[in-house]
Ligand binder design. Structure first.
Ligand SMILES: *Cc1c(COP(=O)(O)O)cnc(C)c1O
Length: 383
């Protein structure tokens, strides 16, 4: 029998609050109307504190990768050199986008689970002085590690090198001070911390990035950020038909985020991460990113003898709790519990309880309830 109630703990897509779902169920509004313009303007405005910017925030109808592609196509020219951090699947994606657009992509390879060291960026820039940009994830969701974006921005801002940051599991999860730190492009998507279904790409550029965009020669049509800027800033609508329902939902989810208060939202994510980490320790499971674990997703290594894919499948199909396994070399070896967006600290008890059930079924030895108890203690200490 399929599980009666399902729980989603993926690091994207994430659960959608009923308030947001209801907002999106409203009759469709035409996008060339004052009514839509007011919602678009408000949503774009409400995104600014999450990204730490006073710059224009643009909405695109695409998944997060569309916003990544837009950053590359609008800020770099074919033949330009760029440095990208490959510390996992999403870092690798920067390299693939750069290559697709004809740039010379120089990889800084980092073992899975590690954060890049700022010194490695310095070195790469010395080795490739012609590089025009550094591309990185704030949080590499595939390995659950956080990169030191602030320190890297301190390096790029002193040079004519743009810092392009994939903030897809960091915007709305932990502090991003785009303007203050000197990030030049910050992109995100709707289906992680923003508590929405997939379908919106979000991007903001620094003044020096806009200056680059004005002269960029890469082929682009749909993802032309100059055109979107004119439409969204000056005409209060989008260049093409927007994802109208999602934008209404976004405005609602941002209202919820601001009424909770950003510092509280960030603290809630930190607490959920600490609870999940404490559970891992109590269950004697190592974290893949032990040094720099992400506040939005926790990656636990599956003990050697256990098939992590089967574990994850049992949790999803038999007991109705969706978590995610590992990708590529971590396939079958990693369990990732997402705790981003519409997730509360007590929800972690469900995820950990389900994980314990799956581990016990695989014959793993531990004190029953140890993980749940550790998570409870952490939540109680932070409540
Ligand atoms: C989810 C995610 C993406 C991919 O976004 P899509 O919406 O699937 O295109 C990119 N980068 C990071 C860090 C992510 O977590």
């Amino acid at each position: 029998m399929p599980p009666f109630k399902k729980y989603l703990f993926a690091p994207g897509p994430t659960p959608v609050p009923p308030e947001v779902a209801l907002e999106m169920a409203r009759p469709i509004v035409h996008h060339r109307t004052p009514e839509f313009s007011a919602v678009l303007d408000q949503a774009r405005q409400r995104l600014k504190p999450l990204m730490g910017t006073e710059q224009e925030v643009l909405l695109l109808a695409s998944s997060g990768t569309g916003a990544m592609e837009a950053a590359v196509a609008n800020l770099l020219n074919p033949g330009d050199a760029a440095i990208y951090v490959n510390a996992g699947k999403f870092g690798e994606r920067w390299g693939r986008i750069l290559t697709a657009f004809g740039m010379a992509a120089h990889e800084v390879k980092v073992p899975w689970g590690n954060a890049v060291m700022p010194g490695q960026i310095e070195e790469a820039l010395q080795e490739h002085p012609q590089a025009r940009a550094v591309l990185i994830q704030a949080s590499e969701t595939s390995t659950t590690a956080v990169h030191p974006v602030r320190e890297i921005a301190a390096i790029t801002r002193r040079r004519d090198v743009l810092l392009i940051v994939d903030g897809i599991t960091s915007v709305g999860v932990f502090e991003q001070k785009m303007d203050e730190w000197g990030i030049d492009a910050l992109v995100t998507g709707s289906q992680k911390a923003l508590m929405l279904p997939p379908g919106l790409g979000i991007a903001a550029l620094s003044p020096r990035a806009w200056a680059r965009a004005a002269k960029a020669r890469s082929p682009r049509f749909y993802f032309d950020l100059n055109r979107e800027l004119k439409a969204q800033r000056d005409e209060h609508t989008t260049a093409y038909t927007p994802a109208i329902g999602l934008i209404y939902g976004l405005n609602k989810s941002l209202e919820m985020i601001h009424s909770e208060g950003l510092p509280t939202v960030f603290a809630r994510h930190r607490l959920m991460a600490r609870a999940a980490q404490a559970a891992a320790t109590a269950l004697n499971l190592k974290l893949l990113a032990a040094e720099n674990p992400a506040p939005g997703v926790t990656g636990m290594l599956v003990p050697d003898r256990i098939d992590g894919s089967r574990l994850v499948r049992y949790m999803r199909d038999v007991i109705g709790v969706t978590v995610q396994g590992g990708q590529d070399q971590m396939k079958g070896k990693l369990v990732r519990i997402g705790h981003m967006g519409y997730v509360a600290p007590l929800d972690i008890l469900i995820a950990v309880g389900a994980l314990e059930m799956a581990l016990r079924r695989e014959g793993y030895e531990f004190h029953s309830g140890a993980g749940v108890a550790a998570a409870q203690a952490e939540i109680a200490s932070g409540a």
